[in-house]
Design a protein around this ligand. Structure first.
Ligand code: FE2
Length: 204
């Protein structure tokens, strides 16, 4: 979802989108990046409210959340192994001058990296990554394939169904929510609401 060209230098979000699409040709991986972005950005907005940030400070925080989420798996298509993902991508992000807070959060979202999740951004990315994928899967099995038709209770039921969306690690979702210090139903509801608001961009 590139933003309209209104002249001037490209935004950081546009730069992140360009980097993502340069490295990632898979439509489903791009959609995953967008779904995680939608959830993480909504959490960033709530955090900016909590911190009572305004103006540039608020915009910078939200941009950091949005770009971190967009880029968290950008190297995965080229470097899917545990030896390389997300380490190759993080080195490239450093070379390109993306901030340390972003790189630490991206390292932290891979449990096996050993990098602890300390900041709100670190914890948010981890708490939204698998969940965004799971919510997308819940939408795609609806006859309408619409996220609008997905409800929290149905998501909780599907989380117990081991045969459904096997690729999504439920333990990571539960651990992520616990680390973030929020209630599981509340976090699912919050991410669902964020995805519903931007359903057309997500093709859901
Ligand atoms: Fe991811």
């Amino acid at each position: 979802m590139p933003t309209a060209d209104i002249g001037g230098p490209p935004s950081r979000r546009d730069q992140a989108w360009q980097l993502l699409t340069e490295w990632t040709k898979s439509e489903s991986l791009r959609k995953h990046a967008m779904a995680v972005e939608v959830c993480v950005t909504a959490c960033g907005e709530a955090e900016a409210d909590r911190l009572e940030l305004a103006g540039d400070e608020r915009a910078r925080l939200i941009e950091l959340y949005s770009t971190t989420a967009l880029l968290h798996d950008f190297d995965y298509e080229r470097h899917p192994t545990r030896e390389e993902h997300p380490f190759v991508g993080v080195r490239e992000l450093e070379r390109l001058g993306w901030p340390a807070e972003m790189r630490t959060a991206i390292l932290g979202h891979a449990q096996y990296s050993g990098v602890p999740r300390v900041t709100h951004l670190d914890k948010t990315l981890f708490a939204c990554d698998e969940l965004a994928g799971f919510l997308t899967a819940c939408a795609l099995v609806k006859p309408t394939k619409a996220i609008a038709d997905v409800e929290v209770a149905g998501v909780r039921k599907k989380m117990k169904d081991k045969a459904f969306a096997r690729g999504v690690n439920r333990e990571d979702v539960i651990q992520g929510v616990a680390e973030l210090g929020v209630d599981l139903d509340a976090h699912i509801g919050f991410c669902l609401a964020a995805m519903k608001k931007r359903a057309s961009e997500l093709g859901l």
